[in-house]
Write a protein that binds this ligand. Structure first.
Ligand code: NAD
Ligand code: 0WE
Length: 261
């Protein structure tokens, strides 16, 4: 019996086989969870429907997280199939591309800042608001962050601010929902080549540098993030809330790395 058997999970953020949300869905399906998905727009609809089918799910709903109406609609429609939700996975982040290339002070705009924070941080609490009536004692929420929330990483720019906001959001949501027995956590994942990374200049070099300095001397996979997500969303983590857990091959603990290997 899997550690998530009997649990119902809504997964937000599948776009491709390389998505972190895809690795999470694989782990969740293996551990016995029942799954539902959202997709950002019609372009992704058929792909997400096919993925859902491969995990035995027919529950897919459109949801651009910039829209309160679309968020409300997800839970209205999901409520026709499920009485409650045990797990919500938030694996969504976005800033306009021009914000992520160049000198922070030069490239950051009011609009880019607003969009990054809206899509990458506010949307997490927005989903919690939408799901409120379907969540219960023992439900849990999980989001994805990155080290750029805490340390300056070249070109991550306004996304670093948005992830700092998201991590604070994890703590405020955990405090807000804790009295109802609802847990809220985050995973700070190491860099992975996903669609969200594909447009980023020198991402390959970053991956190589990252692997060189990380204690495990390699990068992490979406399957590894999926396994950590399964643990945090399971009853095995019943005492954990408000936490940001690193799944980064240990990169975050290093200072300078080794001079020679
Ligand atoms: P991805 O491109 O596969 O997933 C990003 C998802 O965000 C996509 O499914 C996309 O449809 C969705 N999205 C963007 N704007 C949206 C909107 N307005 N409404 C609804 N959905 C929207 O990339 P990923 O790397 O799997 O990203 C998932 C999460 O993991 C993000 O929060 C990202 O910041 C975080 N993360 C990624 C890495 C990495 O190196 N890839 C590392 C740490 C954390
Ligand atoms: O959180 C992320 C991805 C963030 C992201 C990526 C894009 C590219 C396409 C947000 N918005 C957009 N908008 C686009 O138009 N990561 C942790 C992966 C990532 O992105 C970086 C990184 C890393 C690592 C950007 C610059 C530097 C490092």
């Amino acid at each position: 019996m899997g550690i998530l058997s009997g649990k119902k999970a809504l997964i937000v953020g599948v776009a491709s086989k390389h998505s972190i949300a895809y690795g999470i869905a694989e782990a969740f399906a293996r551990e016995g969870a029942e799954l539902a998905f959202t997709y950002q727009n019609e372009k992704l609809q058929s792909r997400v429907e096919k993925f859902a089918d491969s995990w035995g799910s027919t529950l897919t709903f459109p949801c651009d997280v910039a829209s309160d109406e679309q968020i409300d609609n997800v839970f209205k429609e999901l409520g026709k199939h499920w009485d409650n939700i045990d797990i919500i996975i938030h694996a969504v982040g976005y800033a306009p591309a021009h914000e992520l290339d160049g000198n922070f002070v030069d490239v950051t705009t009011r609009d880019g800042f607003r969009i990054a924070h809206d899509i990458s941080s506010f949307s997490f609490v927005a989903l919690a608001k939408g799901a409120r009536g379907m969540m219960h004692e023992n439900s849990s929420l999980l989001t994805l962050s990155y080290l750029g929330a805490e340390k300056v990483l070249q070109n991550y720019n306004v996304m670093g601010l948005a992830k700092a906001s998201l991590e604070a959001n994890v703590r405020y949501m955990a405090a807000s929902l804790g009295r109802e027995g609802i847990r809220v956590n985050g995973i700070s994942a190491g860099p992975i080549k996903t669609l969200a990374a594909s447009g980023i200049k020198s991402f390959r070099r970053m991956l190589a540098e990252n692997a060189k300095r990380a204690p495990l001397r390699r990068n992490v996979t979406t399957a590894e993030v999926g396994n950590a997500a399964a643990f945090l969303s399971s009853d095995m983590a019943s005492g954990i809330t408000g936490e940001i857990m690193y799944v980064d091959a240990g990169f975050n603990i290093t200072g300078m790395g080794e001079l020679e290997d």
